[in-house]
Design a protein around this ligand. Structure first.
Ligand code: PMT
Length: 223
């Protein structure tokens, strides 16, 4: 049996894509399947944590014993996370692929092909940065982000760690077709301010257990 060393802890985990409406029938989104975040939720729950999974639209069933809150947009995600952490959580993990931009104005009716122009322009505005905002608000004692990068993976991840005020960042090379978005397998490098770990490549379920263990170890060196 898995040791129950997270009893009494509350972990809040985001997963999946966000969906930003363009009009009543169209949206902006990305290739996240939710598998990584759901695997993390299952792994933390298995060790006894109370887990809230704030999830964008996915095909997955909520892991047993995990409370799932379904959201669509980045704005909804931030609101649901704040709600879940009105009392600070122990750990927050941002595994979701959050859209950086949304429509400046969502069209209330289906947009039509007008005139004879072959071009179409959409005006987008920046979304809130969910994890950076929560980190500023000290929503959880330990803030863990992901960094999905296609080049200079470690350097970009390091700058996100600092810029978003995180304790740990999990660098994910999403240029590779054998890992990352929508795969069953993944490989990552975990970074803190002054340390670096590379757990073995493997199924997201196995990797999630390693990552939960790593976060627990990190927590124990911080208090
Ligand atoms: O869902 P899967 O198919 O299993 O794929 C897993 C994954 C590749 C989506 C996952 O491992 C991963 O890398 N998730 C982060 C994706 C991402 O959007 O990374 P980013 O580098 O753009 O964002 C950095 C961090 O800031 C992330 O923790 C992200 O959740 C967060 N963020 C980003 C933008 C924003 N507006 N708000 C945020 O909170």
């Amino acid at each position: 049996p898995t040791k129950q060393d997270l009893l009494g802890q509350h972990w809040v985990i985001t997963a999946g894509p966000t969906m930003e409406a363009i009009d009543p029938v169209r949206f902006i989104s990305n290739h996240s399947s939710g598998k990584m975040g759901y695997a993390l939720a299952a792994a933390a729950q298995a060790r006894g944590a109370k887990v809230t999974l704030v999830s964008g639209p996915t095909q997955l069933d909520a892991p047993q014993g995990v409370q799932r809150i379904a959201i669509k947009s980045a704005g909804d995600m931030l609101a649901a996370c704040r709600d879940a952490m009105s009392k600070p959580a122990d750990v927050f993990i941002g595994a979701a692929a959050v859209a950086d931009f949304r429509m400046k104005e969502v069209a209330s009716q289906k947009m039509k092909k007008t005139g004879d122009s072959d071009e179409m322009q959409l005006t987008l505005v920046k979304n809130p940065d969910v994890i950076a905002t929560l980190s500023q608000e000290k929503a959880a004692k330990c803030m863990v982000g992901f960094a999905a990068e296609t080049q200079d993976v470690i350097a970009y991840a390091k700058s996100k760690l600092e810029r978003k005020g995180l304790d740990l960042i999990i660098a994910n090379d999403v240029s590779r077709s054998d890992i990352g978005f929508n795969n069953d397998d993944n490989q990552v490098t975990v970074l803190s301010k002054d340390q670096q770990w590379t757990p073995p490549k493997g199924a997201k379920s196995a990797l999630a257990k390693e990552l939960v263990e790593l976060i627990i170890q990190y927590q124990s060196t911080q208090s």
